[in-house]
Design a protein around this ligand. Structure first.
Ligand code: ISE
Length: 340
């Protein structure tokens, strides 16, 4: 079904990402309006909804989905709340953009896949926004062109300035390396088959109990190896870089942004401090693509299968962290709905 009126969106979760998406849908995306916001914290929901014309505030996600004028759902609540929200949206047949993770565990993701398959068609896009970053898109196109030959290695660096005090070793995988699991699958067109984790002596800047940084190495079914340095408390900047090493050359993204200055015996430029600024354009493109596709009655971007595949890789990654062993990724066969 094609929507001619603006797409009415219920945004679930009024935290950092939810607030950013409400602002984006309200001011930067044509053809959409925020019809409802839900957050367990009523004051937070109201503070976000009030400045938006015609936007209702709720504490119950299902009430927000049932609000007048809601045609689609954007889920930006904490990961453990995703499964219930996804199932409720699917129950109403509503299209969804779900921030990563689809669900924190592969079992939950399989329940979501089963519910989507019952509808006979895809409704879910997962918010892996690296796919909409212009540098990632260039790298993907170059690798797909075959010009450099077969990709052999992918070296990734993922550095945050700092993270919330509740970040654990598992969060390094589930919250951060989840992006590299998705990006590697997408860039290489391979599935991840096994994960290993190595840790140096932690940085003295790492919070008590967090082993930071870590090196996550994974194998793919196309015979490539991927290594990810995850450094959550680098202190200096938000850096996400990737270098593909192929048979006939290498290609690298994420090195520098903005103005480069030579002065006083040094050269250099600014380093982003947060993913909201580093990936601002990617988020805009992602949400625009979702709104446009949804209005045409289509689904685009990473789908629920991609969300499941990343959840399965994360499960192997966290087990590898706990055991110190190489852990094989356990996945079900891909259902027909997601093969094309
Ligand atoms: C955060 O949740 C994100 O999704 C960011 O993209 C990632 O870089 C960061 O490490 C995560 O905590």
């Amino acid at each position: 079904m094609t929507h001619t009126a603006p797409l009415g969106v219920a945004v679930i979760g009024a935290g950092t990402m939810g607030a950013d998406h409400v602002r984006r849908l309200d001011r930067a995306v044509a053809g959409a309006r925020v019809a409802a916001v839900a957050d367990l914290d009523a004051d937070r929901a109201r503070a976000l909804a009030d400045p938006v014309e015609g936007c209702a505030a709720h504490t119950d996600p299902e009430a927000a989905m049932a609000a007048p004028g809601v045609d689609a759902v954007l889920i930006a609540s904490p990961g453990p709340a995703h499964e219930a929200a996804l199932l409720a949206a699917l129950d109403r047949g509503l299209p969804v953009l779900c921030e990563k993770p689809l669900t924190p565990d592969p079992e939950g993701a399989l329940r979501v896949l089963a519910a989507e398959r019952k509808l006979g068609g895809r409704r879910i896009q997962v918010g892996f926004m690296r796919r909409y970053d212009s540098e990632y898109a260039q790298l993907a196109a170059l690798l797909a062109s075959g010009e450099l030959g077969r990709p052999l290695l992918l070296h990734c660096r993922h550095r945050n300035v700092s993270v919330h005090p509740y970040f654990t070793d598992a969060s390094l995988i589930n919250d951060s390396v989840a992006h590299e699991f998705d990006a590697a699958r997408w860039l290489l067109g391979h599935e991840i088959t096994a994960v290993q984790v190595f840790r140096p002596t932690p940085s003295a800047q790492a919070p008590e109990g967090l082993s930071d940084p870590q090196l996550v190495v994974f194998e793919t079914d196309g015979g490539a190896l991927v290594d990810v340095e995850i450094f959550a408390n680098s202190g200096f900047g938000y850096q996400v870089q990737a270098e593909a090493v192929c048979e006939r050359g290498t290609a690298r993204i994420g090195d520098a942004h903005g103005l480069l200055v030579n002065a006083a015996g040094r050269w250099g430029g600014p380093v982003d401090q947060h993913y909201l600024t580093r990936f601002a354009d990617a988020y805009d493109r992602e949400v625009r693509a979702w709104v446009d596709a949804t209005r045409r009655g289509e689904v685009t971007g990473a789908d629920a299968w991609d969300g499941y595949a990343v959840a399965a890789a994360c499960a192997a990654g966290t087990e590898a962290q706990r055991t110190g062993r190489r852990v094989a990724v356990d996945m079900v066969e891909k259902p027909r709905l997601y093969r094309d």
